[in-house]
Design a protein around this ligand. Structure first.
Ligand SMILES: [Zn+2]
Length: 449
């Protein structure tokens, strides 16, 4: 079937187009600073469609988005005629990508210099969140799960601003705070800074004992959390503690999980060590972040319970190189060295053992917008390119309970679509430079010349 030649382009690109193309151009619009979210209607002609669910791509496909939702995704022949039509016949279309482990309110490198949190004003915080959200969306990540910040409720605020259409950004699930023990991996204690000089909003989730953790989990729920984040065992980028050592007890984890599940929310457990990974799984946590020092038993337990691992097997290199250059604390560098290679080996083992693996990059350790860089590491460590894409689309959506709305280009889900030149199944690094980003049927990025 023939499609009318129709181009949707940002006005800034119009002048470089030929007169012939311009003659057919109207309704050209890039979603701007003020827009109505999930309101777009357009059709996209894709040379190749990876829909997030099927095992093989579909050649010569059309995706139709009406009032923000996908109404058709299938062969171009027989596709309903909807205008405007975005012609991307030499491109591969995919669902907008999902990052399950983001810190959308935290600045890159902030984790390497924790003192910065003490001097950041509310206005500066809002601007950090806004630019992170925009960069993340422009990188092709139309959904993120933001799994905590030291700054209480900063994640909730940027989520709400994006949802209101005030600023461009991905769809965000927000944890809001870290639930952590005093001095634990999510507690903003800094050597040579008096504990009394740290504002309470930077330590909102610190607790000890099952009842106290239940109260903190309830506090997060009452502040509109989309998930609960617990720090089960020690963090790499925190003072004191050992990544492998359990911090929260099994009872404390279970208390937080109960509040979350009663509220219909998932629990993401930050856990490096084998013991706390097992305790978190048995206590009902839904995903395990890092899992770098999991043993065979923990891997088998995750596989049998179908609890997902969200592993950041890229950023260890970033910390090792940039962290050293920037003079991050020696303790952080050392703990990173202890977990980076171990985590990659666990990743490969877990993949072959059938543990669900969901894409998570710990964005904020490195700059937002670099979210896709981990894909090449996943493929290098044994994952098939299609499984890597699914980990950042349909598999991730399932574990955030959003598989009714994102993670696939299928009727009923939001019209979140990215397009890249070439075939990411042949070269996964193509996804590191995404020129077309559509969210809710609105074009947020179009940098095809
Ligand atoms: Zn993290």
């Amino acid at each position: 079937m023939n499609f009318p030649t129709f181009y949707l382009l940002p006005t800034t690109f119009l002048l470089s187009l030929s007169a012939a193309v311009l003659a057919d151009t109207s309704a050209v619009q890039l979603a701007g600073q003020s827009y109505s979210p999930d309101s777009g209607t357009l059709a996209v002609h894709c040379g190749r469609l990876i829909d997030g669910i099927a095992e093989v791509p579909l050649q010569d496909a059309v995706v139709v988005i009406e009032s923000g939702r996908v109404t058709y995704a299938g062969p171009a022949a027989g596709a309903p005629v909807v205008q405007p039509l975005l012609e991307l016949g030499t491109y591969t279309c995919l669902p907008g990508l999902i990052d399950m482990h983001d810190h959308i309110a935290d600045s890159a490198g902030g984790s390497g210099d924790l003192k910065g949190y003490l001097s950041t004003s509310a206005a500066e915080q809002a601007e950090i969140s806004r630019s992170n959200a925009e960069e993340t969306l422009h990188a092709g990540f139309t959904v993120v799960r933001s799994v905590g910040s030291y700054v209480a409720w900063a994640e909730n605020e940027i989520r709400d601003r994006v949802n209101r259409g005030e600023v461009p950004g991905p769809r965000i699930q927000a944890a809001g705070i870290y639930l952590t023990i005093p001095g634990g991996g999510g507690d903003l204690l800094i050597p040579d800074v008096d504990e009394n000089d740290i504002p309470p909003h930077l330590r909102m989730g610190v607790a000890r004992g099952a009842e106290a953790f239940a109260q903190k989990a309830r506090l997060a729920v009452d502040h509109g959390a989309d998930l609960i984040k617990i720090i089960a065992s020690g963090a790499v980028l925190a003072y004191g503690g050992v990544p492998a050592a359990p911090e929260m007890t099994a009872d404390e984890i279970a208390a937080a999980v109960k509040i979350a599940h009663d509220a219909g929310l998932k629990v993401a457990a930050h856990a490096h060590g084998a013991q706390s990974i097992k305790e978190a799984i048995l206590a009902g946590a839904d995903t395990i972040e890092h899992a770098s020092l999991a043993d065979d038993e923990a891997i088998a337990l995750a596989a049998s319970h179908q609890v997902a691992f969200s592993m950041d097997i890229y950023n260890g290199d970033y910390i090792a190189i940039v962290g050293r250059e920037k003079g991050w604390p020696e303790e952080f560098i050392r703990k990173n060295d202890q977990t980076t290679e171990a985590q990659r080996q666990v990743f490969a083992k877990a993949y072959y053992a059938g543990v669900p693996l969901v894409y998570g990059t710990d964005a904020a350790v490195y700059p937002h917008g670099w979210n896709a860089r981990q894909l090449r590491y996943m493929v290098k460590h044994g994952m098939s390119p299609m499984d890597a894409i699914k980990s950042a689309t349909s598999a991730a959506a399932r574990f955030m309970d959003w598989d009714d709305r994102v993670g696939a280009l299928a009727p009923g889900r939001f019209g979140d679509l990215i397009a890249v030149p070439g075939d990411p199944l042949q070269d996964i690094t193509i996804l590191e430079n995404v020129p077309v980003v559509i969210k809710g049927g609105l074009i947020f990025k179009y940098t095809i010349q």
